[in-house]
Design a binder for this molecule. Structure first.
Ligand code: PMP
Length: 299
């Protein structure tokens, strides 16, 4: 090893899902099979490229305001980033600044461990119970709901239990897939000062390629997040994302129509997989965790 190498930050990176160039029915990264809202296409067609000479609005105000309207919160309760991976990474950097370990389930989104390692945050993984559920009393401070890759959804009363039992620490609920599931914990943000909800445009809004994610919380925690962001990169949201993001949020009818179609297909697919002898977890997301007694996954 060269002398200078000992001071280099070394991490074992997250491996993103493959994006194959050949034509396949692609299921691996839980994208949406439907097109983004028609307003997004129109906005791109009408885009004034001269605007690209200028830096985008560093506060991302149009998009923040559109999300605040949609969720009936104030704009100072919304933080946006380059996909929810960016938002979650900023949350790890901002809120997990302690020698004490953070907690997350042992079967969960594999990026949590990578951010913890990157930012030198100690962590403990909690075992899920025999049904792959987060054991209520043991739960830590970041978990996806629905969980990935199980697809299982915790009812809001159980999520509230976790938040209520961990009020001395920040609790982040990663709701990347919640639109396919049921109730979001956003309705609890006024009740718990330690709660942050993170969501994305990549799944239910068909815009994984645009890279937009957001956090909803109280103004105090959102300010801490923005302080970290402005210490890192002021212009995270590009002009195109701002314009297209607003169009996607505005079209509630199209959003609901696509979500309902996906839920219908999911329930149908679960039945069909069962008929083929698969055991499926009761997914409430846009993907299904399936096992077969006679074949292993690789095969
Ligand atoms: N959270 C979970 C649980 C996910 O599965 C994903 C998608 N891989 C993300 C967050 C990040 O999605 P994005 O960065 O596209 O918003």
């Amino acid at each position: 090893m060269k002398a200078f190498e000992k001071n280099i930050r070394k991490v074992e990176p997250y491996v993103p899902g493959e994006q194959p160039q050949r034509k396949v029915i692609k299921l691996n990264t839980n994208e949406n099979p439907y097109a983004p809202a028609p307003g997004v296409t129109k906005a791109l067609e009408e885009m004034n490229t001269d605007r690209l000479r200028l830096y985008p609005d560093p506060t991302a105000a149009p998009l923040v305001n559109a999300l605040a309207d949609f969720y009936h919160v104030n704009p100072d309760q919304v933080f946006v980033g380059v996909g929810s991976d960016d938002v979650l990474s900023m949350c790890f950097l901002t809120f997990f600044n302690s020698e004490k370990p953070i907690f997350f389930p042992d079967i969960t989104y594999s990026f949590y461990k990578v951010w913890a390692d990157l930012y030198r945050i100690p962590y403990e993984c909690q075992k899920l119970d025999e049904n792959f559920k987060i054991v209520k009393e043991d739960c830590g401070v970041i978990f996806p709901n629905p969980n990935a890759p199980t697809g299982l959804y915790e009812d809001l009363v159980d999520v509230e239990d976790i938040i209520a039992h961990n009020q001395d620490v920040i609790v982040i609920v990663d709701e990347a897939y919640v639109d396919f599931a049921g109730r979001s914990a956003i309705e609890l943000i006024d009740k718990y000062e330690n709660l942050i909800i993170v969501q994305t445009f990549s799944k239910a809004r068909s815009m994984a390629g645009m890279r937009i994610g957001y956090a909803i919380s109280n103004p105090t925690l959102i300010k801490y997040l923005n302080d970290a962001k402005y210490s890192f990169n002021s212009y995270t949201m590009n002009q195109t994302s701002l314009v297209c993001g607003v169009e996607a949020v505005k079209d509630k009818a199209y959003f609901e129509e696509c979500v309902n179609k996906i839920i219908e297909t999911r329930e149908w697919a679960k039945e069909e997989l069962k008929n083929l002898g698969f055991h499926c977890l009761d997914s409430k997301s846009n993907f299904i965790f399936a096992m077969h007694p006679d074949y292993d996954a690789k095969e």
